[in-house]
Every structure is written in C-alpha cells, then in structure tokens.
Write a protein that binds this ligand. Structure first.
Ligand code: F6P
Length: 555
C-alpha cells in the first residue's frame, strides 16, 4: 500500500480497474440501469436529516465497490484523520486546514503544536456573541448615539460568499431581537454595490464589517475606503467613526490596526482557516447578527454532526465520501466536465455560487502534491441556479444539448410548516412546495431516461426527442434549518477534500488566483500613469491606449 502511494494515481491497479469499468459502463444508457429494482435500496443512504440518493448515477454496486477500493488504496481514511487531527494538509503553505475545529464543542480538545485550539475557538465565539448582543440590544451605537439599524459586510470570495449565502438561506430564522436589523453585502471592486447601497443608508446608524483573512485584498480595501469617505462627510472625526462604525475580521491584527480598526473592534481568526472554509469563524459574524447566536451555534452543530459522520463512518456509508467518489467517477472516469447544482428551494439561491468557489478554487488544479502535472481531469466547471427557474433557462442544454452534465438536485422535504400567514395562504404555499418537489423529481427522471420517460415513438421528430443519460444525485433534507444548512455546507466541504485526496492535489491553496492579483497591480499603474505599458503585448497595449485616451478626453 505504501508503495502504491508514491505511484502516480493513474498507475494504481485500482485506478486502471475503474478505467475498464467506466469503459464498460460508458456504453450503457442510464435507462438500461433504471429497471433494476434493487438500485434504490443499494444506492441510497439516510443519515440524520439527510437522504442521499445516487441511484440515478451511471454506476452500479460493482463500480461503487471499485471506487471504494481506490479510496482505500490512496489511504483516504488516514487522510481524513490527518485533516480532522490538524496535520499539515496544505503542503504548499505548510499549514493545517482546521475548519472542522471551528465547530468543536467547548469540552472537546484538539492539540496543535502543543496547544489546545478549542479554548481560543470558543473565545472567538464569545467575542462574536458579545458583538451580536450589543447590536441586538441596541447598545452598539453610532457617533450620534443612535442604535445601529444597518450592517454592511465588506468582503470578497470566502469573506463574502459563505455569509451571504447563509444569510439568504436562513432569512426565516431571524429572532425577534434582530427583526429590525438589516444586513447588506458589498463585494465587487467596481463600486456598483457600495455606491448603490450607500445612497439608501444613514451614516449615523450604519456599521461596517471589513472582512478579509489577509486584510490586503484590494477589492475589500477599496470598498472600505469608499465607505470611510462617505462616513467622513457626516462627521469629520475619523477616530469616532472607527470606534463606532467599523469592525474588522481578519487573521492580521497589525494590518487592521494600521487601517485604523481599534483593538476592541477586531475579531481575529487563524491562518489555519482557509478563506472559502471560514464562514464558521469571525467571518460568520453577519450570519450571527442576522439569525442570532443560538441559530449560528445550531449551524455549527449541524456541521459538527457531519464532521463526526465523516471521521467515523465506514467509507461505504459515509455521506461526504460517497458524494466525493461520485464526483471523481463522473469527472475523471466518465469524463463529464460540467456539473450543475440545482436547489429546489429559493432560499438556497446562492448555494451554487458559494459552491463554485468552494469546489473550483479548491480543486481546479492540474499538479499533484509532488508537483507533477496530472494526466487526468480534475474539478468540473460548476454552476447552478434555483432549479425551477433554471428549468426556464438553461435546462434546454441539459435535455437536448451536446454536453454531458452531471447534476445535484437538492430539496427540503418539508416546508411552510407554521408560517405566519392565513391558513389558506399557508396551504397554497405548501402546494407550491409540492409543485417544486414534483418538478425536481420529474427533471431528474427525464434527465436519466430521456425519451423513455415520455410517450414519444419512432415517428417523433428529432427536435422533440430527449436523449437523457445525464446522471444526477438527489440530496433531500428533512427541512432547511440552521442545523441542516450547517450540515449541508460541511458535506460539500468534505466532498471537496475527498476528491482532492483521490486526485492527489492540494485543495487548500489558490496560487492561480494570486497571479491575477499581481497582474492587476501592474495594470493599475499602467492605466494611472502609463508605467510599464511598453512591456505588455499588442492586444493589451491597444486596449490600454484606448481607455487612457478616453479618460483624458473626459477629464
Ligand atoms: O483571491 C482569492 C481569495 O484569496 C480567496 O481565496 C479568498 O476567499 C478571497 O480572495 C478573499 O481574501 P481575503 O479574505 O484575504 O480578503
């Protein structure tokens, strides 16, 4: 086994077995598998509030066994232990990836470099709780003495997408004490969001959270600068503004201090939390402000529940492992290079964009952990939308296009229990939810079977035919709650890790993105004062000239 580990993945006997299996199965249509009455029993797992159904995937029990053999050959169980135990799994940056430590209960212990990290995690949670209580009890006041009514999270990537997604998903879980508080998100560097938003806010009752793991991201710092300039127009005293209107969340206290954030307004987290895995840390402050601390803790508990499943369950019953193995099977062995995430619940509208960072920034890699180029496909292109809306938009391509696409259908089984509207309105909403579920099940069935699910025959023209054969997973939640959302996110975090272990890549760095930041710096100088233009290619020079000329003619 040890020798196997040094061997490139694609030379492992278990890998080669899977290639043969994929060749055999590749000739089949999903409808050839659909009539096996055993599939639903054999290819589904229920764990707590989660029900995972992979019976519409193009694989059989034998293929699944072979995938599990590959997972064993690459020592996935040890890799899981290393991740959760705090070993250095991020090899290019020399650090652990301890998002699971952020949801450990207070009486747990996790020793890293001789120190238990659990007490500091809970100190940070206590700090979040303190801020939430002050804002909710209207004791956090602006420069004029009035209570805060609006909170603006300024961040980007992992410092935006997770909290934004969770705040949208859990809008129904706002406690009474937070019902008057509005939470806003600003991320984009071009200023559209911040300029639109500032026009609707009052400086004296607005609190900004500047969220940035590195506290160097220009997108975030430029939005924060604009916010500060806007505040300064109302009150000239910068230290008053900083004390009452800016919180910083970062791993970099000195950089926050250099920007002006007073120590009392700093929420710290740690280098060992990856940006796209950070919503459980201080980066989750907007979530806690939105849904209250008890609900935020329920999210952490849901994620911890999945952490336990991940670290304790055998591979064949392990939800994140199964999700990850299916992902590898589709992307690498069946060569399906596009993956769509389709929640049948409007509250999860931003879950696909959150996942596109989580999966593509983590596993969009082409070099293994030893630095060798890979000779197999890794992360597919991932996108998605609320399923029923996507049916009226891009499903056409899923049904009749030329691209193989794998899909994840996600839906809560129960919804609209105890809504505050009239009995009739509640009933109507429940019917709407049932319609959504019916559409969800109908779409996964048609994508699997194609024409075989309709009454078409040999006289049906080609333009009315559906090829089907698009594999999908269905993930049902009992209901959407802080606990199940926490679990859902952790499920995908660990799915990403499983895939990275099979592919032998580091999911915790993002060197591809770093390059963009450097190039943008040079370009900013070139645009501002022409510096270094001569060194650029002809296409870029042409565009720079055009923009600079236009700017000159305006000024
Ligand atoms: O540019 C990519 C990235 O580094 C992401 O990985 C990260 O989530 C985002 O930028 C924001 O970084 P920071 O939290 O340091 O501002």
């Amino acid at each position: 086994m040890k020798n196997n580990q040094k061997m490139p993945r694609s030379e492992l006997p278990e890998w080669l077995n899977l290639q043969c299996k994929a060749k055999d199965m590749g000739h089949l249509h999903l409808r050839d598998l659909a009539n096996d009455q055993e599939r639903h029993r054999a290819l589904t797992v229920k764990v707590g509030p989660f029900f995972l159904d992979i019976s519409k995937q193009k694989l059989d029990v034998d293929a699944l066994k072979k995938l599990i053999s590959l997972a064993e050959a690459v020592e996935l169980p040890n890799a899981i232990k290393s991740l959760i135990g705090g070993d250095i799994v991020n090899n290019t940056e020399g650090r652990p990836a301890l998002h699971s430590a952020l949801r450990l209960p207070v009486d747990a212990k996790l020793i890293i470099n001789g120190e238990d990290v659990v007490p500091e995690v809970h100190q940070s949670l206590a700090r979040i709780r303190q801020i939430v209580e002050r804002v909710h009890s209207r004791q956090w006041r602006g420069f004029s003495g009035r209570a805060i009514t609006d909170v603006v999270n300024i961040g980007v990537g992992g410092s935006d997408l997770g909290p934004f997604m969770a705040c949208q998903a859990l809008n129904e879980f706002v406690p009474t004490e937070a019902s008057q508080l509005k939470i806003h998100f600003v991320s984009s560097i071009d200023g559209t969001q911040v300029s639109d938003l500032l026009g609707t806010l009052k400086p004296e009752t607005t609190l900004f959270i500047v969220s940035s793991k590195s506290f160097t991201t220009i997108d975030t710092l430029s939005n924060a600068h604009t916010a500060m300039q806007w505040m300064l127009k109302s009150v000239g005293d910068k230290s008053l503004i900083l004390a009452h209107h800016f919180i910083g969340v970062s791993t970099q206290p000195q950089k926050m201090a250099a920007w002006g954030i007073p120590e009392n307004n700093q929420v710290l987290f740690w280098e060992w939390v990856g940006g796209r895995f950070s919503l459980w840390s201080g980066i989750g402050l907007p979530i806690a402000l939105k849904i209250g601390m008890a609900n935020f803790e329920a999210m952490l508990a849901g994620a911890h529940f999945i952490d336990n499943e991940f670290s304790q369950k055998p591979l064949a019953e392990n939800l994140p492992v199964l999700l990850g193995l299916i992902g590898v099977w589709n992307a690498t062995f069946l060569d399906i290079r596009a993956h769509s995430v389709l929640p049948y619940d409007g509250r999860l509208k931003f879950f696909p964009s959150y996942l596109s960072q989580l999966e593509m920034e983590s596993n969009g890699k082409s070099v293994d952990k030893q630095g060798n180029r890979l000779n197999y496909s890794t992360c597919p292109v991932l996108w998605g939308e609320v399923g029923p809306n996507a049916q009226h938009a891009f499903y056409q391509l899923l049904h009749q296009g030329t691209q193989p696409v794998s899909c994840d259908f996600i839906a809560p089984i129960k919804r609209y229990t105890g809504t505050i509207y009239s009995k009739e309105a509640e009933k109507s909403l429940q019917v709407q939810h049932q319609l959504a579920l019916a559409n969800c099940l109908a779409q996964s069935r048609v994508l699997m079977l194609g024409d075989a699910s309709t009454d078409s025959d040999e006289n049906t023209p080609n333009f009315k035919r559906y090829q089907g054969n698009q594999p999908s997973t269905t993930l049902l939640l009992d209901e959407l709650s802080p606990f199940t959302l926490g679990g859902l996110v952790a499920l995908y975090e660990h799915k990403v890790f499983v895939m990275s272990v099979i592919w032998d890549i580091n999911p915790f760095d993002q060197w591809g993105v770093e390059l963009g930041k450097k190039i943008a710096d040079k370009m900013t100088n070139a645009l501002a004062n022409g510096e270094g233009i001569a060194g650029f290619d002809a296409s870029t020079c042409g565009l720079l000239d055009l923009v600079r000329q236009a700017e000159r003619s305006v000024s």
